[in-house]
Design a protein around this ligand. Structure first.
Ligand SMILES: Cc1ncc(COP(=O)(O)O)c(C=O)c1O
Length: 473
């Protein structure tokens, strides 16, 4: 062991009173010390046994924290040389996030992003390594377009356990995400003679774009606090309805029990297909998540989900759960398109779920999001008291209705010019969709401050316009 790698004394303090896990506290403190130079590249870190004894936690907690930091490139572990702070070359480079338009993102309120720094790098790396060690050469050929059997079996059981989905593995088709799943499904329906589908308005643009691309027309249904309104389905003929019943985007509404009943009855009598977008149902803060619609009428529902909110959008791993009669056609469409996710990644995801690592990760993420959500709500209350906030009971974002006289477009322009990433509500009344998942805890106050300035600027623009109109009269 050379001089620089002699283990140094580490001043770490953890508390059981924190909402953070002990492991997360260790990780945060080490990350910070390495970033600010307190711990220099090459510096030796105490062994897991010594640190565990020093701060009185179980050794496994320290082992897991070191593994996470090693996967992130902060620490290096060499046999016989102990653990050291990684030299700069091996560190994962954190590039500033730049939007496609070149504007650097200073405040990430993008509602579509989960906490990217929470990605379980160590667990994913271990799963990939296990797959590489064990996968037979034979399986490196062209894959089954439906997906790897291990993942289909694992998902059928997992979705049954956490979302009440009722399906056999044969009904599960692996795709690269909800968006690709919808494209496959719409194209199969259109080939089968479908011409028009009902969608939610406001809603997620992924649904509309994929339906139109498949040549389908759309019937827009309004959304209120009980979810999508269904009256128009009684006089209009559609072949399917797409909705996010557990957590509507962007209103955050949960489809009420009455409407679920109506929808199921309508689907049964009309024979139309319900397309259930179950994109973020793992996150619910006031009570247990609502079970899937698919579980109520499996023959009538095409269910879609992905790892975009639970792990990371960069995984590009999702699934459809289909009624038997549709599965073969969708699989054939997938074969022709050739767009399935890498089989090795599919096997690694199955491994991650089977080992309980996804559950563990989600428990961690839920605590993290609950904390950020609290921080966001209290900052909004303090800094934007006139804006009405809704949809906060579940998911990773809230909807903010703008005060009277503030235009959504003006608020978006003002916010983006301040480096805020966010979305407009796109509904009848001006609103902003604010994600809080990918903000660090310390960044919430500054982000809401920038947002409040943007809303005030947009209000001033509105006032000036209104005055000009009055003056013209
Ligand atoms: C309503 C909704 N559905 C689905 C998705 C997920 O899309 P994908 O699985 O293609 O990443 C998102 C992503 O933001 C979404 O907002």
């Amino acid at each position: 062991m050379n001089e620089t790698s002699q283990p140094i004394e580490l001043l770490l303090a953890v508390t059981r009173d924190s909402s953070q896990t002990l492991g997360a506290q260790i990780e945060d403190q080490l990350r910070r010390a390495i970033r600010d130079g307190t711990l220099r590249p090459g510096a030796g870190i105490p062994s897991t046994r010594d640190l565990a004894r020093q701060i009185t936690v179980s050794r496994q907690v320290v082992v897991d924290a070191y593994a996470q930091l090693a996967a992130e490139g902060y620490l290096q572990t060499r046999r016989g040389a102990g653990t050291t702070v990684a030299t700069a070359g091996s560190r994962v480079r954190q590039q500033p996030h730049v939007s496609p338009f070149g504007q650097a993102v200073l405040h990430d309120l993008n509602p579509f992003r989960p906490a990217l720094s929470g990605f379980p790098r160590a667990a994913w790396g271990a799963a990939i390594a296990r797959v590489l060690r064990t996968v037979a050469d034979e399986r490196l050929g062209y894959p089954d377009p439906a997906g790897m059997p291990e993942l289909r079996v694992t998902l059928a059981a997992y979705l049954g356990r956490v979302r009440g989905v009722r399906a056999s593995a044969e009904q599960v088709v692996i795709c690269t995400g909800t968006r690709q799943g919808l494209s496959l499904l719409w194209s199969v329906l259109a080939t089968g003679g479908a011409t028009r589908v009902a969608i939610e308005r406001p809603g997620w643009r992924g649904v509309t774009e994929t339906a139109h691309d498949a040549g389908l027309r759309t019937l827009e249904l309004d959304v209120d606090e009980h979810g999508v309104r269904l009256e128009r389905l009684l006089d209009e003929r559609v072949d399917a309805i797409a909705l996010a019943p557990a957590h509507q985007y962007p209103t955050g509404a949960v489809l009420s029990a009455d409407r679920r009943g109506e929808l199921v009855a309508w689907a049964r009598s009309s024979g139309a297909l319900i397309v259930e977008d179950d994109y973020d149902a793992e996150y619910r803060y006031d009570r247990q998540p609502i079970g899937s619609l698919q579980g109520l009428v499996p023959d009538q529902v095409a269910y879609g989900g992905s790892t975009s909110k639970t792990l990371a959008p960069a995984m590009r791993l999702g699934w459809l759960v289909l009624p038997q009669r549709l599965a073969a056609d969708v699989i054939e469409r997938q074969r022709r398109g050739g767009g399935m996710p890498a089989p090795l990644h599919q096997l690694a995801l199955a491994d991650l779920i089977e080992r309980g690592e996804l559950d563990r990760h989600l428990r961690r993420q839920r605590r993290r999001y609950a904390r950020r959500r609290e921080a966001l709500l209290s900052e909004l209350d303090r800094q934007l008291p006139r804006a009405r906030v809704s949809g906060a009971a579940a998911g990773l974002y809230v909807l903010i209705e703008l005060p009277v006289g503030v235009s959504e477009q003006a608020a978006l322009v003002a916010a983006r010019s301040r480096g805020i990433a966010l979305e407009g509500g796109g509904g009848n009344s001006p609103a902003l969709v604010i994600g809080y998942a990918n903000l660090s805890d310390e960044a919430v106050g500054a982000a809401v401050h920038a947002l409040a300035e943007s809303v005030h600027e947009a209000a001033d623009v509105g006032l000036t316009r209104a005055r000009a109109v009055v003056a013209d009269r």
